[in-house]
Write a protein that binds this ligand. Structure first.
Ligand SMILES: Cc1cc2nc3c(=O)[nH]c(=O)nc-3n(C[C@H](O)[C@H](O)[C@H](O)COP(=O)(O)O)c2cc1C
Length: 208
C-alpha cells in the first residue's frame, strides 16, 4: 500500500514538507509506503476545456507541467494527503490549480481512497485552508482521516515547525490513523467487502 503526499508549497523543503515527512516516517513504521510529490510553482490552472472528460485514462489537455506524469501513475496510490502552506488564509495558488485539475481528471481513480489535508502557517488561516482542501474529498466519496486536532503545524521555517511539538504529534497521529484505515480497508477487501454500488448520476442545477 502506498500513500501520495502532495506538497503544494513553493518550497520543496519548507514547513509543509517537514510536516509531510513526519507523516511519511509514521507510515513507514506502520509498514505503509509513501511518496512526497512537490507541485512546481508554475502549475497551470484548469482551463475548463473538458478534454479530460473525453479521455479513457486520466489526462489533462495541458502537458506543460507535472500533472500528467502523476495522472499516469495515479492508480499506484491507495490514499492521498494534500499539504499546503496557508497563503492569505487559503490554500496556495499552486495546490488549488493542481488539485482542481487532478480531481477533474482522475475523480474515479481517487474515489473511496482515504484522504486528508494538512496546513502549515505562521499564525492564522489554517482551518479555512483545511475546509477548502477537504472539499476535494467530500465531493468524491473519499473517507477523510482525522487526528487529535485539526491537521496543522505552525512556523515560518522548518526549524520552527520542528519546535511545534503539538503539530508534529498531530501529524504522527494522522499517519497512524491513516495506516489503521488502510489496513482495515485491505482486511475488508480480503473478506469480500466490495465498494458500494453506484446509482446512475443525476446532475441538476437551479434552472432545470
Ligand atoms: C503569499 C503568502 C501568504 C501567506 N499568508 C499567510 C496567512 O494568511 N497566515 C499565516 O499564518 N501565514 C501566512 N503565510 C506564511 C506561511 O503560511 C508559512 O510561512 C508557512 O509555514 C510556509 O510553509 P512552506 O515553507 O511549506 O511554504 C503566507 C506566506 C506567503 C508567501
Amino acid at each position: 500500500m502506498k500513500v501520495l503526499l502532495l506538497n503544494g508549497s513553493p518550497h520543496a523543503h519548507g514547513c509543509t514538507d517537514t510536516a509531510l515527512r513526519e507523516i511519511a516516517a509514521t507510515l513507514a513504521a506502520e509498514k505503509i509506503d509513501s511518496e512526497i510529490v512537490h507541485i512546481e510553482n508554475t502549475v497551470h490552472s484548469c482551463m475548463a476545456c473538458g478534454y479530460c472528460k473525453k479521455q479513457s485514462q486520466p489526462r489533462c489537455a495541458y502537458d506543460g507541467d507535472s500533472l500528467n506524469k502523476l495522472l499516469a501513475r495515479i492508480d499506484e496510490f491507495d490514499a492521498l494527503i494534500i499539504g499546503s502552506p496557508v497563503h492569505y488564509a487559503s490554500a496556495s495558488g499552486a495546490v488549488t490549480a493542481f488539485c482542481d485539475r487532478l480531481f477533474y481528471a482522475a475523480a474515479a481513480h481517487l474515489a473511496f481512497k482515504p484522504g486528508a489535508a494538512i496546513a502549515s502557517a505562521r499564525r492564522a488561516g489554517t482551518t479555512a485552508t483545511l475546509d477548502q482542501l477537504n472539499k476535494y474529498f467530500t465531493i468524491n466519496q473519499m473517507p477523510i482521516v482525522s487526528s487529535v486536532y485539526w491537521n496543522m503545524v505552525h512556523g515560518n521555517t522548518p526549524d520552527e515547525v520542528l519546535q511545534d511539538e503539538e503539530g508534529l504529534q498531530i501529524m504522527r497521529t494522522l499517519g497512524r490513523n491513516l495506516a489503521w484505515l488502510l489496513h482495515s480497508i485491505e482486511a475488508g477487501r480480503q473478506a469480500g467487502i466490495e465498494r458500494p454500488a453506484a446509482e446512475p448520476r443525476r446532475n441538476t442545477n437551479f434552472i432545470r
